[in-house]
Design a binder for this molecule. Structure first.
Ligand SMILES: O=P(O)(O)OC[C@H]1O[C@H](OP(=O)(O)OP(=O)(O)O)[C@H](O)[C@@H]1O
Ligand SMILES: O=C(O)c1cc(=O)[nH]c(=O)[nH]1
Length: 239
């Protein structure tokens, strides 16, 4: 069984803020897939200034790392796009944080997000923020469950003439896909792996299930560690 030997300080800080802020909870939760999980990451709970700062810092640092000129394939983008609703705050605050941390490179980076329902009066349309046509777009969001919301975002961006260059999520749950009816599949592919293959784009995460288990081992409860390890052994994807 794999486990992260250590975490970058910004990831460890993000993990700690997520637990302390009640964003990452342990117990029993039914997922969108109908699977019962011993943990749940509710990005809707990042509503307090200090927590928002923790998540935007973690997104910005993950993006800065991936776009470093010394990375194998540096991520290059013009716009950070957050799918409605929870992605909106993530995109806006991440752009602000990128510009703050690296003003030379990211001082003019833009944000954009979609409306869930098209607006047919005033300025109209279904995109708010920077126009996407001809621009390289990086999607940020909380988690990937089955990938439906990410596929919809990709289609919307492409329909507006944007070029999707990658996705960064807060958490990679590292688990296998589930059939629409909730049945387990023989195939051990993850939703993130399926998106990577289908669109040929990088999908990065600030934290993974392995990271959370590593963090719990430092100062978590024995029973949480046990149920998380059992869950990982049962559902871990092969990617
Ligand atoms: O479908 P996936 O790509 O696997 O992602 C699952 C998404 O679904 C939820 O958001 P939802 O689309 O319900 O919108 P919300 O932000 O308004 O809650 C959740 O917060 C994820 O972002
Ligand atoms: O699978 C889900 O429904 C899901 C899991 C999770 O950890 N967070 C979330 O918002 N949704």
């Amino acid at each position: 069984m794999t486990s992260t030997p250590t975490l970058a300080p910004y990831k460890a800080e993000f993990l700690q803020a997520s637990i302390e802020g009640g964003v990452l909870k342990f117990g029993q939760f039914e997922l969108k897939s109908k699977r019962v999980s011993p943990y749940f990451f509710n990005a809707g709970n990042f509503y307090r200034a200090d927590l928002l700062r923790a998540i935007s810092t973690a997104f910005a640092k993950t993006i800065i790392e991936a776009s470093s000129p010394i990375a194998v394939t540096p991520l290059e983008f013009d716009i950070v796009f957050g799918p409605a609703y929870k992605g909106i705050a993530l995109a806006v605050t991440t752009v602000d944080k990128l510009a703050h941390l690296e003003p030379e490179r990211f001082g003019k980076i833009c944000y954009s997000f979609d409306r869930k329902e098209k607006k047919d009066h005033g300025e109209g349309g279904n995109i708010v923020g920077a126009p996407l046509r001809g621009k390289r777009v990086l999607i940020v969001d909380d988690v990937v469950t089955d990938g439906t919301a990410k596929r919809e975002a990709i289609e919307k961006i492409r329909n507006e003439g944007g070029i999707v260059v990658g996705i960064v999520v807060a958490l990679d749950r590292m688990e296998t896909l589930v059939a629409p009816g909730g049945q387990e599949l023989e195939d051990k592919t993850s939703a993130i792996g399926a998106i990577r293959r289908e669109y040929g784009i990088p999908v990065l995460a600030i934290l993974t299930l392995d990271d959370i288990i590593w963090g719990l081992r430092q100062n978590g409860k024995e029973e949480d560690i046990r149920s998380m390890e059992e869950y990982r052994a049962k559902y871990k994807a092969s990617y």
